[in-house]
Structures are given as C-alpha cells and as structure tokens.
Ligand binder design. Structure first.
Ligand code: FAD
Length: 403
C-alpha cells in the first residue's frame, strides 16, 4: 500500500566511482560489526580494521599512512558507512579535525609523529576550543599559554570537550599575547592530557550520557615543539580545522536522516492508528524537505567546501529535530520508549545501560525515540549554533552587508 521512501538514484558516480562504491559496499556488508556505543576497546579495534583494509585516511597523503585519494571517495565512504549503519567513529575528532589540520599546517615532525596513530585509533583526540565564556565568540577565549624557556605553561579551562574522557591528546587554542587584538594573540598547541596539572571532569547531558567533559589546566608544561604553526597564528590554524572532510559529513548525515524517516514511517504503520490531518501534513512536509536535503547532499557530495557547508548543517540539524518531534507526537503515548528514534547500527545495538522497560524488550535506551529526541536538542548547538551559521550564510555565502 505504501511506497518505501528510498532515496532517488544517485546523480553522479563515474564508472570508476561506481566500482569503488561497489567494492566498499561489499566489504562493509561482510565486515560491519555490532558494537555497544560505550565499548571503546571494540570501537578502536573496528577503526583499526577499517584502516588496515584501506578505508581510512582516504584523502591523506600516502607517506603519512593515508590513501592519497580524492574527496569524492571520502564522500562515498561516508555515505556507504552510514548506509551500512557502521558503529560510530571513536576518533572522529582526530580523523575529521586534527588530522586534516596537521596535514595543512603541521610541521613535518608533527605529521610523522601524530597522523598514523590517529588513523589506527592508538591515540584518541579531542578539541579544546570552547570555554565557559567563549563559545560562539571563540575569539574571547582566555586560557593562557605563557612562554617559559622551552615550554609554554598553560592555565585555564575548556568546556563541552567531546571525547575528552577517552582522549590522550587535546587540540588546544590558548592565548599567548593578551595585549594583542583578540584574534591575533592566540596559539594552537598539542597537549598530552596525561601531563601533570590536567584534570578532566565528565559533563552529563540531558540524555544521561557524558559524551563531553570539562578540561582544567593548572600550570601544565607544554613543549614548544607541540606548537602548531607560528606563535599568535592560532586563529588562522583553528580556522583550518573547518575542512572539506568536515563538510563531507553532510552526506552521511543525510543518509542517517533518510533512515530516521524510514523508521518513523515503520513506527506509524506499526501502530495502525490513522494520523489526524495535521499530523499527516507534518509527516508529508517532512518527507518533502528531507528528500530535498538528501538530493542536495548527494549533488554536492565531495564538492561542498567552506562556508557553504553551513547551509547543509543548519538544514540537517533542524530537520533532525523536526523528525524527532514528529516521532514523539505521532507514535502514541508510549512513543518515548519505542525503539527506532536514536542510535542505530548494523545488527542489535546492545547498550551497557538502559531503562528497565526497554531492556525487557531487548532494546537499548539509546535506540529509543526519547533518546533521539533529547540528543537532537544539541544538533543546533554543536559545531556552530544555527543562529551563528545563519549569519555566516547571510554574510559569507550570500554576500549581504555585514553588521
Ligand atoms: C554535543 C556538543 C558537543 C560539543 N563538542 C565540542 C568540542 O568537542 N570542542 C569544543 O571546543 N566545543 C564543543 N562544543 C561547544 C560548542 O561549539 C558551543 O556550545 C557552541 O559553539 C556555542 O557556544 P556556547 O555554548 O558558549 O553558547 P553561546 O555562544 O553563549 O550562545 C548562546 C546562544 O546565543 C546565541 N548567540 C551567540 N552569539 C550570537 C550572535 N552573535 N548572533 C546571534 N546569536 C548568537 C547562540 O546561537 C545560542 O543560541 C560542543 C557542544 C555540544 C552541544
């Protein structure tokens, strides 16, 4: 009676890309494991398996352990990995932010030292940019790095630092020249989180999880060899982290969005209770909008750079929140506890913790609509808030006059 909402055929694979896609799809279908989201050791082993099979570091130069391929192959990987519902990447910040930035601006020694262990997940990274008084206004950051012989001495606090509870290294922005204009006195540093004077404390989110933490630095000595780029050039170095790899996640997000929409439809059909006119209208409109977003992502896959990626980020974040809200409001009184709204991967996603009601049915809390709804609140904040990104779109993409 219903058509399945499959994405339309892709618009743009060359025959070489189609072959690459087919080989990858077959490998993922044979190898994608089922791993509990909190099983860090298993997630590291999975990343290593991907690396050894040649599916990681696709655009990174071969001399640093990469594959030396193009951004289209990276986009194809992101899309197929999402389609195969592979486990989340345990070192996503290393792979998407730190690695590409080191390739762009790191010293030869830093590239040789740090890139391969990022790929193999031997060293997990986090990103220390945000502070309690510097989020959207990143140039207001106050963590200090004071020149002292061969070292900098770092004192201050970072917040909302994803993966800091499992990371060995932090990619840090700190102020080296408080007298300089705000954007000009900042320096980028690699800091070993096991150094004396570092304290990491978990921050619990509304979902109950602690994906991120607070990181405190109390006179932490950081060798000057760990500076990335020139002293006081940290703003420019930081901006290099907004790379094409990051922009390319849009294609995997759009596949996940489509899967989310399919699960919403399954849930609605499973209830066999007709929707009222308003609910049906919302579902239909969400279908139209999610198809537009998916097709836009497919059209731009591998070709979406810089500020334009903000368009997809805003649209995806708000679309995901809408789908979650529709799920909660259309699936009936027990909607929050039903499976299908949250974290999903190949096979059964057995969580290490969950609500009693869900575990009785063998389902994890992380796969519930309640989890998905609560987690989606962060989508319009993480990676740049929607308000800030709208300003970026107005000023940098559309060229409207700046304030
Ligand atoms: C799940 C998650 C993971 C994160 N991971 C990391 C991480 O790994 N590393 C890291 O460094 N940071 C991380 N962050 C922090 C994130 O980058 C910041 O939360 C974000 O940049 C917003 O900063 P803020 O929280 O200080 O809010 P504020 O900047 O204080 O903003 C508060 C509100 O005011 C609005 N606002 C602020 N300025 C303007 C303006 N000029 N015009 C219009 N509206 C404005 C914002 O849109 C927002 O609605 C993470 C956040 C989340 C939610």
């Amino acid at each position: 009676m219903y058509n399945n909402c499959k994405p339309m055929p892709r618009l743009q694979d060359t025959s070489e890309e189609a072959t690459y896609r087919a080989r990858l799809r077959a490998w993922l279908s044979d190898n994608a494991p089922s791993i509990a989201k909190h099983d860090v050791d298993a997630l590291k082993a999975w990343q290593r398996q991907l690396y050894e099979a040649g599916w990681l570091g696709l655009t990174w130069p071969a001399e640093y352990g990469g594959q030396g391929l193009g951004f289209r192959q990276q986009a194809i990987f992101n899309e197929e990995a999402a389609r195969a519902k592979v486990p989340p990447s345990v070192n996503n910040i290393g792979l998407m932010i730190v690695g590409p930035a080191l390739i762009a601006v790191g010293s030869e020694e830093q590239k040789r030292r740090y890139l391969k262990p990022i790929l193999t997940a031997e060293e997990i990274w986090c990103q220390g940019f945000s502070e309690p008084n510097a989020g959207s206004d990143l140039a207001g950051l106050q963590a200090r790095a004071v020149d002292d012989g061969d070292d900098y001495v770092v004192t201050g606090q970072k917040i909302w630092t994803s993966n800091s509870l499992i990371a060995e290294y932090i990619w840090l922005l700190a102020r080296t020249d408080p007298a300089a204009p705000r954007h000009k006195g900042i320096t980028a540093l690699i800091v070993d989180l096991r150094s004396p004077g570092v304290t990491v404390k978990p921050l619990r989110q509304i979902t109950g999880e602690a994906e991120f933490g607070e990181v405190f630095f109390d006179e932490v000595r950081v060798p000057k060899a760990n500076r990335v780029g020139a002293e006081n050039d940290g703003w420019i170095v930081g901006m290099k982290t907004f790379t094409r790899e990051r922009a390319n996640i849009s294609v995997s997000l759009s596949v996940r969005l489509q899967q989310q929409f399919d699960r919403l439809l399954e849930g609605i059909r499973g209830r066999d209770v007709p929707l009222d006119t308003q609910q049906a209208r919302e579902v239909a409109l969400a279908y139209v909008d999610s198809q537009c977003l998916t097709l836009t992502c497919e059209r731009l896959a591998g070709r979406l750079f810089g500020f334009e990626s903000s368009v997809v980020k805003v649209a995806w974040a708000e679309m995901n929140q809408r789908l979650q809200e529709i799920g909660i409001s259309t699936l009936g009184p027990d909607a929050p506890l039903l499976p299908g709204g949250g974290f999903d991967q190949a096979g059964e996603s057995s969580s290490t913790w969950g609500t009693e009601a869900l575990s009785e049915t063998g389902e994890s809390f992380e796969n519930s609509w309640q989890f998905g709804y609560l987690r989606s609140r962060a989508n319009t904040i993480e990676g740049g808030t929607s308000e800030i990104l709208r300003t970026v779109i107005a000023e940098r993409v559309l060229g409207l006059p700046r304030k």
